[in-house]
Design a protein around this ligand. Structure first.
Ligand code: SF4
Length: 315
């Protein structure tokens, strides 16, 4: 980074691949181990499992890729693409099936496969498949892990079904295989504070996540969190507080990490709460303007590693 207030993913793609690269979302018929046995999973999880824009899983991976690729090629004259397995838990299936899906994503002009999953749903056998696909086809791999927060207690309260240990193990494994690691974080989970935003930034920095994706929590009707929200069992922090947390998060984030987004798009329909009723880009722009005005930037507070307590003896 170094000239901008934070490392923008779009710039990474351009530098890394030498041109603009577009993500093509894929939806496959998969669920999540956290939604088994009648459980609705994480208390904020809706029926789409975090995937907003997608084609139906009635289409094969190849058909989905061809459709969206054709459209984007025409519209933006794009040449390279990332096949993005986005919704639910894209490793929650038998190995043979996983292998089949991954093979289907190998197509001309696909330079990378990105897949999102849970920290407790990744292990060596799945990574071995990804390694084979990657090596045979010269395709890069990104594994996206939902951490959401470094606050153990909040993970428990929202029913994530995993703790920090699983995230740490999964992150170490993904890095061991030489794949890119992307970590998802929600900075406005109820019960979390600014301290949790800072700790989350520290944790993803220590784990050497290559990318981070920040999301705003939205509350979809029909979820457990919607019930709690209507019963006023918690409050969501203000947009001003969210902006403050993003700025803090970025200050504590390693300057080596690329930021995929600082606030996600949220559906307005079927939600009780989404991005404070504002458009995501307006909030993003305000955060960026404030950072500029405050002379704040990614990594400004990144001096807590490398034996910071004995630094005075090391200079
Ligand atoms: S891990 Fe993702 S898909 Fe699974 S229950 Fe939680 S939000 Fe839903």
């Amino acid at each position: 980074m170094k000239e901008d207030i934070y490392n923008r993913y779009a710039l990474y793609l351009k530098e890394h691949y030498g041109q603009r690269v577009y993500k093509l979302p894929i939806h496959i018929a998969v669920s999540c181990p956290n939604r088994r046995n009648g459980s609705k999973g994480c208390s904020y999880c809706g029926e789409k499992g975090a995937g907003l824009e997608r084609l139906s899983d009635a289409f094969s991976v190849e058909e989905q890729l061809k459709q969206t690729m054709g459209y984007i090629q025409k519209r933006y004259k794009a040449k390279k693409f990332i096949a993005y397995f986005q919704s639910f838990t894209n490793t929650y299936m038998p190995l043979e099936q996983f292998y089949e899906y991954m093979k289907q994503a190998v197509m001309e002009n696909i330079v990378e496969i990105a897949l999102s999953t849970r920290p407790d749903c990744i292990g060596r056998p799945y990574l071995e498949i990804l390694k084979e696909i990657s090596q045979k086809n010269h395709i890069e791999i990104t594994v996206e892990l939902g951490l959401q927060t470094a606050n153990y207690h909040s993970l428990k309260k929202v029913g994530r079904g995993h703790t920090l240990a699983e995230y740490i193990e999964a992150a170490l494994l993904v890095k061991q295989y030489g794949f890119h690691l992307c970590t998802h974080v929600i900075l406005n989970l109820p019960w979390d504070t600014e301290l949790d935003a800072i700790e989350s930034a520290k944790l993803v920095s220590v784990m050497k996540s290559d990318f981070v994706k920040l999301h705003g929590l939205y509350i979809e009707k029909g979820t457990k969190m919607a019930e709690q929200y209507e019963k006023k069992e918690f409050e969501i922090c203000s947009v001003e507080e969210y902006k403050k947390r993003v700025k803090l998060f970025l200050q504590y984030l390693s300057p080596d990490i690329w930021v995929q987004r600082i606030l996600g798009r949220a559906p307005q329909e079927d939600t009780l709460f989404a991005n404070w009723g504002q458009s995501w880009w307006k909030i993003r722009d305000e955060i960026e303007q404030e950072m500029k005005a405050e002379k704040s930037y990614q990594g400004k507070q990144f001096h807590y590693l490398g034996g910071s307590g004995v630094r005075e003896f090391l200079v």
